[in-house]
Ligand binder design. Sequence first.
Ligand SMILES: *Cc1c(COP(=O)(O)O)cnc(C)c1O
Length: 378
Amino acid sequence: MAKHPSLKRSTLGMINIDPLQRGGILTPEARDALVEWGDGYSICDFCPGKLEEIKKPPIHDFIYGDLPAFLGCDHARVTNGAREGIFAVMHALSGDGRGGSVVLDGNAHYTSFVAAERTGLDVSLVPVSDQPYYRVDPAGYADVLEERLNSGVRVVLAVLTYPDGNYGNIVDAGKVASICHEYEVPLLLNCAYSVGRMPVSAKEIGADAIVGSGHKSMAACGPVGVLGINEPYAGKVLRTSVHRKNKEIELLGCTARGATIMTLIASFPRVLERVKEWDKEVKNARWFSKEMEKLGMIQMGDVPHNHDLIFFEAPVLYEISKRAKKGRFFLYKELKKRKIHGIKSGLTKYFKLSTYGLPEDDLKYVVDSFEEIISTAV
Ligand SMILES: *Cc1c(COP(=O)(O)O)cnc(C)c1O
């Protein structure tokens, strides 16, 4: 037998401030589910031919009951990630690759661009304000839609990244929704960084579709995501195959067919509870940001900040990196020594991090560590 490679994870047990990872840490229930359902196709024992119809384990109740209620949608599905949901909506609304255009906010995630490209849609961007705020003005949607539609372009969808994955900026989504509807263009909310962390309801906002990411924000082992659709768009997005009447085309018949969906369901009761704690999370993020600014860093994006994803410019650390023995890797190494992980190795001048779900003592420890790293270097 070939030698087994070492699969030890060196960062396990450290304080993790990586924005990608904070919201995806498994609950104890999800960790158990992962082992219980780890075998391939384990959930298919009693499948009547459609993922949503599986009653044992209780996938049916989740997809038809809890999930659409949580998202504020008429219909919901589990996908293999936020990006798969974005692509499904774009592709369905474009009418099977008939071309046209999609309007994205200027802070949109790369997956929105790639999904548009795979669908064959042109991209128009709503502008973003300059450093340091990087704000998207909802009125920008009116300007872009007006211009595109007057030029005779077929705009099939608008997307708002809520919040964006760089600055954690939260745009007034309700305003964007009403603008889009004035122009009769459906709106998709990309909530990879919000669904599962903060309360979001597509209906309250007025959005036509919404996607979330299980491994980013719902304490699930990925890849797994959620998709919510409101009428009158469900017929298009969830249309079924002419070849196999019970298989939905955009989902390629079946999506999360194993442990991933079980971890999503296992964590869900705790996710319902944790979104109620959102005010506390925002308070912690603001406190952290203030403390970092006292140390000479500058927080970019919304001020005061409304999300746990925070982007800093850190001239003080950049200056140190120029003299440090390890150069620009000094910050990563100093943090690692203190058992803190999550700022990309090699970054000092600009970086992002997340405070999500960290106890106040840990946040204080992270601030104290930065202070120590700066004061001992000077
Ligand atoms: C992480 C992220 C995604 C991708 O999520 P997946 O579930 O991995 O597809 C999309 N959009 C934003 C804003 C993100 O931060």
